[in-house]
Design a protein around this ligand. Structure first.
Ligand code: UD1
Ligand code: CA
Length: 489
């Protein structure tokens, strides 16, 4: 336990529901936005509050969810919900796991991913200052469909929450919704949960019933209205998933803009929450900066580029490129139309050009693979230039082999390097060479047989064709020309 742990705070994260409306084999809380699962966002926010306990309630696909929780928040405790359904039951089993806890219980939903620690800190502070038995977070929505409605007394106090399926038409017309986020006094919550029944439209123990029960016992109920209703967005279906992803992305893009990145088109630029952009990075439309991608100062990305777990060096340019687990050096250029697969390392001021695919290869400083090439399992030194159409034949149908190309090597166009093979420092190769044997440093490697021209072949073998006609004309013109030159000279 670190010094700044809030010992009177326990967080309960509800993640046991089936998520039926997602129509997915994957549990709802494991769907991702911004490169992180929904429950990952909630746990991340929860840990920012440094609570004494984090309890995650699971049931549907419990092993998958439990594994994810263990990865994201190793300190969290997983609690299994039984066959009694409902958010009320979920909180009840969580509290049973901490029978001695007597502080404040913050309840969060695994499917409300956009809440920020700041909002929750304010909610907890307000709860503690008013001494309410519960403080809930509400929001005003233009379309409240699907949410529980906050029903207030004439004097404005919260009386109860009614679920949409149980609401009268008048209640359903209310646009103040329950965000599904509450701080309760533990003792009051325990007492009231014992009185919650399943007598409602869904046959579930509603946590929301606790609000009305507390009021019935004349205990103080308080509500804080979110300034930005977007933070309350609950993800129940794929349309809401996309909306949550869009709102999160807006927030992330704006953050990097304020940190000094030029992002031309926020609507078509997607940046995961774990990616980082240094000042003076420029991002052109249609660019995806995903997972733990880190982009250094002054780099330009896009348009139409996707980077997954990549490092991009200062001042590098990456255009219309798809790259995963690649490192691009400072001042290097990549694309347009390049495909960098895992294990690609491009040195400073290097180039991976147009229609080039690379994999598990190191391309040294100032080295260039400019056009139409496949480079796999290769180590290339510095100052190398590979001619257009370079192919490393790294696979002999059984296993993969490496190609090694020394510093300052220049190769001809359309070479095949049949691995394992090594080209020594400073060597050169001819156009069309198939390099099957090592090339010593400084050698010129030629593997193509000298060219032989069979004169008159087309006229003899394809008489009467258009090709034969034009060839005959060209040859007689050539002869006449040679003759006249002969006379002059
Ligand atoms: C819930 C609230 C509703 C609120 C909305 C906000 C209740 C009864 N209703 O409705 O007032 O406006 O959230 O988003 O609480 N869960 C469990 N165990 C269960 C059932 C659900 O852990 O037995 C979990 C789910 O995995 C989910 C969360 O609780 O993470 C909310 O459940 P969900 O079914 O999505 O509730 P809503 O209908 O959205
Ligand atoms: Ca929900």
């Amino acid at each position: 336990m670190s010094d700044n742990t809030d010992t009177s705070l326990a967080v309960v994260v509800l993640a046991a529901g089936q998520g039926t409306r997602m129509k997915s084999a994957l549990p709802k809380v494991l769907h991702r936005i911004g490169g992180r699962s929904l429950i990952g966002h909630v746990l991340h926010t929860a840990s920012g509050l440094r609570p004494q306990e984090v309890l995650v309630v699971v049931r549907h696909e419990r092993d998958l969810v439990t594994t994810a929780v263990a990865e994201i928040a190793p300190g969290a405790r997983v609690v299994d919900q039984d066959e009694i359904p409902g958010t009320g039951r979920a909180v009840q089993v969580a509290l049973a796991a901490v029978p001695d806890f007597a502080g404040d219980v913050l309840v969060l939903s695994g499917d409300v991913p956009l809440l920020e620690a700041e909002t929750l800190r304010a909610l907890i502070a307000s709860h503690r200052s008013t001494g309410a038995a519960v403080t809930l977070l509400s929001a005003h929505l233009t379309d409240a469909t699907g949410y529980g409605r906050v029903i207030r007394d004439a004097d404005g106090g919260v009386r109860r929450i009614v679920e949409e399926k149980d609401a009268t038409p008048d209640e359903a017309a209310v646009t103040e919704i329950n965000a599904g986020v509450y701080v309760f006094q533990a003792a009051a919550l325990r007492t009231q949960l014992a009185h919650v029944s399943t007598a409602n439209a869904q046959g579930e123990m509603y946590l929301t019933d606790v609000i009305g029960l507390l009021r019935g016992d004349d205990l103080p109920v308080s509500a804080t209205t979110a300034a930005d209703a977007a933070v309350a967005l609950g993800v129940n279906d794929r349309a809401q998933l996309a909306e949550a992803a869009r709102l999160l992305n807006q927030r992330v893009v704006r953050r990097w803009q304020l940190e000094g990145a030029t992002i031309l088109d926020p609507a078509t630029t997607w940046i995961d929450v774990d990616a980082t952009l240094a000042p003076d990075v420029t991002v052109l439309p249609g660019t995806f900066i995903l997972r733990a991608t880190a982009v250094a100062e002054g780099a330009t990305l896009g348009p139409d580029t996707s980077l997954v777990d990549c490092e991009v060096g200062a001042g590098a340019t990456v255009t219309r490129t798809d790259a995963t687990l690649a490192v691009i050096g400072a001042g290097a250029t990549v694309g347009p139309f390049a495909y960098l697969r895992p294990g690609t390392y491009l040195g400073d001021k290097g180039k991976i050009g147009t229609f080039v695919e690379t994999k598990n290869s190191t391309i040294g400083e100032r080295s260039k693979v400019p056009h139409l090439s496949y480079i796999g399992d290769t180590t290339i030194g510095s100052g190398v230039n590979l001619g257009a159409g370079a192919i490393t034949a790294n696979y002999d149908d059984i296993t993969k082999h490496r190609t090694e190309i020394g510093d300052e090597v220049h190769t001809g166009s359309h070479n095949v390097f049949v691995a394992p093979v090594r080209i020594g420092e400073g060597a050169k190769t001819g156009a069309g060479a198939v390099i099957r044997k090592d090339v010593p440093a400084g050698a010129l490697a030629l593997s193509v047989a000298p060219q032989r021209n069979v004169e008159g072949w087309v006229e003899n073998n394809r008489p009467g064709t258009a090709a034969a006609d034009v060839a005959a004309r060209a040859r007689s013109a050539q002869k006449a020309d040679d003759g006249s030159q002969g006379q002059d000279g």
